[in-house]
Design a protein around this ligand. Structure first.
Ligand code: CA
Length: 257
């Protein structure tokens, strides 16, 4: 939890770098005036392979000519963060923006999202949660860029991505899965688990990465929870061999043809 950091502790700088697909090595513009929050965040992001530019004022964010994902604090010393968000969004409809703020009231969340933020994190938050949200936003970005080019408004609901993998069809927007044309009813967690593996079919995804993408970092009993969901997902799909367990490494969505 970022707010609980003592002066010498940095829980984000250690451990293996985990990431998925598009969120690996992204450019990040961090707009945060509080050094105690910014510094561990920067260390954590860099340890995961991201490049970070840090500014402390809204004006600096608006004059920055870089691109990449924006992590934006709402309580800034010069310009209100929601105004910064609105201006960044107006300048680039496809740019990923995640608001990070101590304001937890519903009104503030709504304001941030209305101002064009893609997602919202309330301090204190776990670094894994941030990483998972960055991955989620990064996954959506290509579609949003395309939509922006065709004139859609920022924040509008996008048409769903339908992923067709042989006999398995995953409809991201509708949260529906079909096997051989027949719908398979999955729980939200089972669906997310499958969606994470289906992002990189044929590739092994580290168990911790899968876990972080599906559950929040405060969930305990990782191994058991993941195994239970993998087992039920295999059973429901009716093809246990599709989801392979690679011992000591992770999970892989194998051939589904
Ligand atoms: Ca602040």
């Amino acid at each position: 939890m970022i707010a609980d950091l003592g002066p010498d502790r940095n829980p984000f700088g250690s451990g293996p770098a985990t990431g998925l697909g598009h969120a690996v090595g992204v450019k990040v513009l961090l707009v945060e005036d509080d050094r105690r929050i910014a510094e561990p965040l920067i260390d954590g992001l860099r340890s995961q392979g991201h490049s970070v530019k840090w500014v402390t004022r809204g004006a600096d964010a608006l004059t920055d000519d870089g691109d990449g994902l924006v992590l934006l604090d709402l309580g800034l010393p010069d310009i209100d963060g929601t105004d910064v968000c609105r201006a960044l969004r107006a300048a680039d409809a496809g740019r990923p923006i995640i608001v990070i703020t101590a304001r937890g009231e519903e009104d503030d969340r709504v304001q941030g999202l209305d101002a064009g933020a893609d997602d919202y994190l309330v301090k204190p938050f776990g670094f894994r949660e941030l990483a998972a949200r960055m991955r989620a936003v990064a996954r959506r970005t290509p579609a949003e860029t395309t939509e922006a080019a065709s004139g859609a408004r920022p924040g509008e609901v996008r048409p769903p991505a339908v992923r067709s993998l042989g006999r398995l069809v995953i409809d991201q927007g509708a949260h529906r899965v079909r096997v051989d044309g027949t719908e398979v009813l999955l729980t939200p967690k089972e669906f997310q688990l499958l969606a994470v593996l289906a992002e990189v079919p044929g590739q092994v995804v580290n168990r911790q990465v899968v876990f972080d993408a599906v559950w929040d970092s405060h969930t305990y009993g990782h191994t058991k929870t993941l195994d239970v969901h993998v087992a039920s997902l295999r059973r429901k799909l009716g093809h246990p061999e599709w989801i392979e367990t690679i011992r000591n490494v992770g999970l892989r969505l194998g051939p589904t043809a």
